[in-house]
Design a protein around this ligand. Structure first.
Ligand code: ADP
Ligand code: ZN
Length: 613
C-alpha cells in the first residue's frame, strides 16, 4: 500500500489529479492500477458506478503504447471517446460505422502512437487484418470491458468474446484486464477460464451501492403506482422503467406520455434506427424516462439515472442487480423500485416450463427465479440479502424499504393449511386443477358462476377463509410459491402441491408470512449518500440551489453546442460542489473534485462567469 506522500507524487496519482481531477483513489482502484501498470493480468469485479474505467484508463496513460479497449457496443464508442477527449485524453475507435478514410486515419494514429486508447468491438479481433494491424503497433494493455458477456449463456456477444482467449497466446507479454459488474462466483470462474485468465489476480470490490434505495412493493395497478412514484419522488428526473414484453413497453411509454411525463420506448421489435435515436435522446437529455425491455442498458454510463423501476419481476437476482445498478452511478441518492405480484410468478414459471433447453437448464432458471422471489418476500434488509447472494456480508442498511418500514410478519400456518387443503381437495376429490383465483373464491365462499358450475360450493373448504381479504389471500399464494410450498404449472398457471406441502398440511412445519401492507408504502426520499462514503450528500442551501440550476443550464447549452451528452462536460456531483463552494478564482475551481487540467482550461472561465452572472 502506498503512503499518502507517494499518492501525491507518483505517476498514477498525478494522472488521477491532473487528468480526471480526483484526489483519492476509490476502493481497490489503486492496487488494480499498480498491478496492471506493472504488467500483471487482472480480473476486476466491481459494481456499476464503482469506477472500473479508471482501472484501465490510468494504466493506459502511464504505460508505453496504446491501450486496446474491447467494448461490445459500437453505438456507445463515440460517447466513450468524447468523454475522454474532453478530459484531454487522446482516444479513438475503429468500427464498421466508419468510412475508409476515417479508418485509415485512426489506423495510422494507432501505429504512430498518437493516441492512448483505441476502442474496438470484440468482433474486430476476428479479422486477420485487425490482428496484423495490432501486431505492427505498440500495445500498452488489453482491457476487456463487460467481460461477463463471455459467460452468459445465449448472450449475443458471447461467440466474439470466446474468441478473445487468443489474446494471451498472440501477445503473451501484454497485460490484460477484464472488467465486469457481474458478481457471482460462478460467473467469475467462467470468465477466468474462458478468457484464459487463470493466473490473473482477482480483485473483488464490495458490491454494495449505498446510494441506491431498494424497494419492492406488491403490484396492484402497476402503471398508476409507477406514476405516483415518478410524480411524488422523481419529478423531472431521468430514469429507466423495465417491462417484460414489447407490448407493455409500448403501453407504459404511452401511458406516461399521456400523463405528462416525457418517455420513450425501447425494445428489440423497434427498428435499429429508432432504437439508436431513442437511446441518444435518453443519453443527451435531462429528465427523460426510458421504458424498455432488458435489451436496453448494457454499457449505458449515463451517471444521473435517478431511478430504475421494474414493472415485472426480473428473472434472476443477478439481472435485478445489474438493471438496478444503472441508477445513481454518480453516487447521488437514487431509487430502485420493483412492483411484483402473483401473476409474475405464474408467468415466469410458465416461461421456464416452456423454454427450450434441457432439464438441467430449466432447473437453473427455476433456481434463479426462486432466489429472486426470496428477495421479494424477505422480511430482512433487502441489501443484506442482495449482498449475501453475491457471497458478501453487510449490516442492515437503513436505506431499503424493509429497514425504513419494517414489515410485520405473522403466523400464516393456518392460512397456508387452508389454501393447500383447497388445492388438495380439488385434486383428490375432483381430480381438478385450477389457478389461484378459483381457490381464493372457494375460500371466500363466493358463489361465482365458475364455483357453482363446478359445484365447488359443496367442498368442505368452501367459505372457510373469510378472515382474510382477496388481496391478502393472493399474498398468501405468492408467499407459498416463493417458499416452495406450492407450485404452478401449465399454460393456465394451475396450482399444484409440492413435496414440502405435506409438511404444512401435516402440521410439521410452521409458515411465517410477511404482512401485506394495506396502504401504499410511504414515500420516503432516498437517503443521501455518496457511493463508497458514509458521508451524506449535503442538501444544497437555498442560496446554492439557483446557482446549481444556472450551472445546469450552462452545461446543457454547452453540451448541445458540442453535440455530447451533458454529463460528458461535468457530472451533477461536480456542479453541486461548485454551486456550494462558489469559487471565485480558477485555482479554487481547479480544486473541486471532477475538474482536471483540461476541463479547467476549457470551461473554467465560463463557469466563473456563470457564477458571477
Ligand atoms: P463503472 O464503469 O465501474 O460503472 P465508472 O468508471 O463509470 O464506473 O465510474 C463511475 C463514476 O465514478 C464516474 O463518474 C467516475 O468519474 C467516478 N470516479 C471513478 N473513480 C473515482 C475516484 N477515484 N474519485 C472520484 N470519482 C471517481
Ligand atoms: Zn436495508
Amino acid at each position: 500500500m502506498a503512503n499518502p506522500t507517494d499518492q501525491l507524487t507518483d505517476e498514477p496519482a498525478r494522472v488521477l489529479r491532473r487528468v480526471f481531477g480526483y484526489d483519492t483513489f476509490r476502493g481497490n482502484q489503486r492496487e488494480i492500477i499498480d498491478h496492471v501498470v506493472g504488467g500483471g493480468d487482472a480480473l476486476v469485479l466491481m459494481p456499476t458506478g464503482g469506477g472500473k474505467s479508471l482501472c484501465y484508463q490510468i494504466p493506459a496513460l502511464v504505460r508505453d503504447g496504446v491501450a486496446v479497449v474491447i467494448s461490445p457496443l459500437i453505438a456507445l464508442m463515440q460517447d466513450q471517446v468524447d468523454a475522454l477527449t474532453t478530459l484531454g485524453v487522446r482516444a479513438g475507435f475503429l468500427n464498421s460505422t466508419q468510412d475508409l478514410d476515417e479508418r485509415r486515419r485512426m489506423e495510422s494514429a494507432f501505429l504512430a502512437g498518437e493516441i492512448d486508447l483505441l476502442y474496438l468491438a470484440p468482433e474486430a479481433l476476428r479479422s486477420e487484418y485487425t490482428l496484423r494491424l495490432l501486431d505492427r503497433g505498440t500495445i500498452a494493455l488489453f482491457a476487456i470491458d463487460e467481460a461477463h458477456c463471455v459467460a452468459q449463456w445465449g448472450h449475443d456477444f458471447r461467440p466474439d468474446y470466446l474468441a478473445l482467449s487468443m489474446l494471451h497466446e498472440r501477445w503473451p507479454a501484454v497485460p490484460r484486464i477484464a472488467l465486469t459488474a457481474t458478481a457471482t462466483t460462478a460467473t467469475r470462474a467462467e470468465i477466468a477460464t474462458r478468457l484464459n485468465l487463470r493466473d490473473a489476480r482477482h480483485f473483488v470490490a464490495s458490491f454494495d451501492r449505498p446510494n441506491i434505495q431498494y424497494r419492492i412493493v406488491p403490484k396492484r395497478e402497476p402503471r398508476r403506482q409507477l406514476l405516483e412514484l415518478l410524480r411524488d419522488e422523481h419529478p423531472g428526473d431521468s430514469g429507466i422503467v423495465y417491462c417484460l414484453s414489447r407490448a407493455s413497453v409500448e403501453k407504459t411509454a404511452e401511458f406516461l406520455t399521456q400523463n405528462g411525463i416525457a418517455a420513450l420506448p425501447y425494445h428489440a421489435g423497434l427498428d435499429a434506427g429508432t432504437r439508436a435515436a431513442n437511446q441518444q435522446r435518453f443519453l443527451r437529455s435531462d429528465g427523460l424516462v426510458m421504458v424498455a425491455t432488458i435489451a436496453f442498458g448494457m454499457g449505458i454510463d449515463k451517471p444521473d439515472v435517478r431511478f430504475v423501476a421494474h414493472l415485472d419481476l426480473p428473472k434472476s437476482v443477478e439481472g435485478y442487480y445489474q438493471e438496478t445498478g444503472r441508477a445513481g452511478r454518480d453516487g447521488l441518492p437514487s431509487t430502485a423500485w420493483l412492483a411484483y405480484g402473483l401473476a409474475d410468478v405464474v408467468q415466469q414459471r410458465k416461461m421456464i416450463d416452456s423454454s427450450d433447453g434441457d432439464l438441467a437448464r430449466r432447473r437453473v432458471l427455476a433456481a434463479h427465479l426462486d432466489a429472486m422471489l426470496a428477495l421479494c418476500e424477505t422480511v430482512q434488509c433487502r441489501r443484506v440479502q442482495l449482498l449475501a447472494y453475491f457471497g458478501q456480508q453487510g449490516a442492515a442498511c437503513g436505506n431499503c424499504d424493509t429497514c425504513l418500514d419494517p414489515p410485520e410478519s405473522w403466523d400464516g400456518t393456518v392460512a397456508a393449511q387452508k389454501l393447500l387443503s383447497t388445492v388438495l381437495r380439488l385434486q383428490r376429490e375432483r381430480n381438478q386443477k385450477f389457478g389461484a383465483g378459483q381457490s381464493i373464491d372457494i375460500l371466500l365462499g363466493r358463489e361465482t358462476e365458475k364455483v357453482v358450475a363446478h359445484r365447488h360450493d359443496q367442498l368442505s373448504v368452501f367459505g372457510i377463509g373469510t378472515e382474510l381479504t382477496e388481496v391478502q389471500w393472493r399474498g398468501v399464494v405468492r408467499q407459498l410459491l416463493a417458499q416452495g410450498l406450492l407450485a404452478v404449472e401449465g399454460d393456465y398457471g394451475t396450482l399444484v402441491l409440492t413435496e414440502s406441502s405435506a409438511e404444512v398440511l401435516g402440521r410439521r412445519r410452521d409458515v411465517t408470512m410477511r404482512r401485506e401492507s394495506t396502504r401504499p408504502a410511504p414515500a420516503r426520499p432516498a437517503r443521501s449518500r455518496a457511493a463508497g462514503s458514509a458521508a451524506p450528500v449535503a442538501e444544497l442551501s437555498p442560496a446554492a440551489a439557483p446557482v446549481f440550476e444556472r450551472l445546469r443550464a450552462w452545461r446543457a447549452a454547452t453540451a448541445k453546442e458540442q453535440g455530447v451528452p451533458a454529463y460528458v462536460i461535468f457530472h451533477d456531483a461536480t456542479l453541486r460542489q461548485i454551486a456550494a463552494q462558489s469559487p471565485t478564482t480558477l485555482a479554487d475551481l481547479g480544486g473541486i473534485s471532477g475538474i482536471g487540467e483540461n476541463k479547467l482550461a476549457r470551461y473554467g472561465q465560463q463557469i466563473l462567469d456563470t457564477l458571477a452572472s
